[in-house]
Design a protein around this ligand. Structure first.
Ligand code: RP5
Length: 163
């Protein structure tokens, strides 16, 4: 099975990033987590991305806040799918990181999820791998069914209370 890399610009991103790691774990997808920064450790970030396909990765999640160039910097070094996860909490509700991540020039795509959208970043990575992996496709179907049932159970509880 292909692995998913979860790269964050700083350990201060971990509270959000851990939700992506947990979601991938719940789907049974092997995950590797690193702290590499586009600005503070540019050489290590570039090398990781350059080697990622040969090292068995199928997708990369890149989480960063502020001037969030990490996803773009990794995407510049690989043709694997890169999912940008803008981290909020620094300025304008994370609009700084969102725009820094999403506004990529033609030729170097980054699939950007919502500010702090860690769960969706993981699900999107899983969906990409599921195209050629039946086990992941099955795990995604099961999770979707479970999540739907949880919402319907809440609705039924509301109805029982007469609300
Ligand atoms: C970004 O700068 C990181 O991804 C983090 O979100 C932000 C602040 O980093 P720290 O100053 O908390 O290390 O590169």
């Amino acid at each position: 099975m292909k692995k998913v890399a979860v790269i964050m610009g700083s350990d201060s991103d971990m509270p959000t990033v851990s939700k992506a790691v947990d979601t991938l774990g719940g789907l049974g997808i092997p995950t590797e987590v690193h702290i590499y920064s586009a600005h503070r450790t540019p050489d290590e970030a570039a090398k990781f991305a350059s080697d990622a396909r040969a090292n068995g990765f199928g997708a990369i999640i890149a989480a960063a806040g502020k001037a969030a160039h990490l996803a773009g910097a990794l995407a510049a070094r690989t043709t694997l799918p890169v999912i940008g996860l803008p981290i909020g909490g620094h300025m304008m509700g994370g609009l700084d990181a969102l725009l820094s991540t999403v506004q990529m020039p033609a030729g170097i795509p980054v699939a950007t999820v919502a500010v702090d959208g860690a769960v969706n970043a993981a699900l999107l990575a899983a969906e990409i791998l599921s195209v050629s992996d039946a086990d992941i496709a099955r795990a995604l179907d099961e999770k979707r069914a479970k999540d739907t049932a949880a919402v319907l159970a809440k609705d039924a509880a509301l109805a029982e209370k007469g609300e």
